[in-house]
Design a protein around this ligand. Sequence first.
Ligand SMILES: NC(=O)c1ccc[n+]([C@@H]2O[C@H](COP(=O)([O-])OP(=O)(O)OC[C@H]3O[C@@H](n4cnc5c(N)ncnc54)[C@H](OP(=O)(O)O)[C@@H]3O)[C@@H](O)[C@H]2O)c1
Length: 289
Amino acid sequence: MSIVITGATGQLGRLVIADLLAAGVPAGDITAVARSKEKAADLAEQGVGLQVADYDRPDTFAGAFAPEDRVLLISGTDIGRRAAQHAAVIDAAKTAGVAQLAYTGVFGGPEADFRLADDHRATERLILDSGLPHTFLRNNWYTDAPGLTADLDGILERGAVLTSVAPGSRLATAPRTDFAAAAAVVLRADGHVNKAYELGGDQAWTHDEFAAEVSRQAGKEVVHTSVSPAQHKRILVGAGVPEGFADILVDVDDAISRGKLAGTPGDLSRLLGRPTTPLADTIAATLAS
Ligand SMILES: NC(=O)c1ccc[n+]([C@@H]2O[C@H](COP(=O)([O-])OP(=O)(O)OC[C@H]3O[C@@H](n4cnc5c(N)ncnc54)[C@H](OP(=O)(O)O)[C@@H]3O)[C@@H](O)[C@H]2O)c1
């Protein structure tokens, strides 16, 4: 039996592997699936197994899995193409008859009606149709995503966090570390098969609150500026964001305005056995780093 992590050289994948190792899972019981052997060299050095495979080349997944494996499919980054890419992994998992296929989808699952969610809804459908024992990890937005703390330097420089969300809209983020820890739990512990978890922070916050907290901690005034969707898109494209991705980001803000990322069902803190990491802590850690 192996715990197999795809996207293992990404930020979330690396954190999941670190959590599994920290929890005492032997490195030899973990397999990292990466498209670059070189990028995964540090994982191999720790004794983690390595499988080189690419979502765009289904043949590379032939023989990647064994019947007892617990597999985490970390969603890819090619928005709009991901369902077809993920199908390659699902097909290989089905051929092997794996014990568990966990998938990092999006908060709301089938109810998530925004464009970024299309690939996730389609992937969950493929997994359900495969009949495989599955676990859906429906992740809310990362606190440390671009546009939030990952862009704190730029936000501080501009003195503004820019969105097109309606005033007062809330989102319940958590940092990647929390989402990764939850993924590690469902992979190493029993009782999580054929379950869907709606994962996010315990407290939802507004961008005004985010700006106020950054101001307080950094000692520099930062405001939240909400502009129209059309203006938002123009600004993003002007800053070098590809037009298609700018459309996706503006559409996510529309979803936030409609309350689609505001839910706080508590699944993440229950899986972690502790409260989720507060927004203020992630801001503090980012400022300290
Ligand atoms: N909830 C949120 O706020 C949020 C934000 C951003 C992303 N996401 C989703 O969550 C996933 C994990 O997040 P992250 O922060 O770990 O992203 P990340 O650091 O960009 O990692 C993405 C991983 O997917 C791998 N990948 C991409 N295309 C692939 C392909 N064709 N074949 C094989 N592997 C491929 C990448 O491989 P390489 O290491 O070789 O590049 C990387 O390991 C993302 O991929 C995205 O679907 C969610």
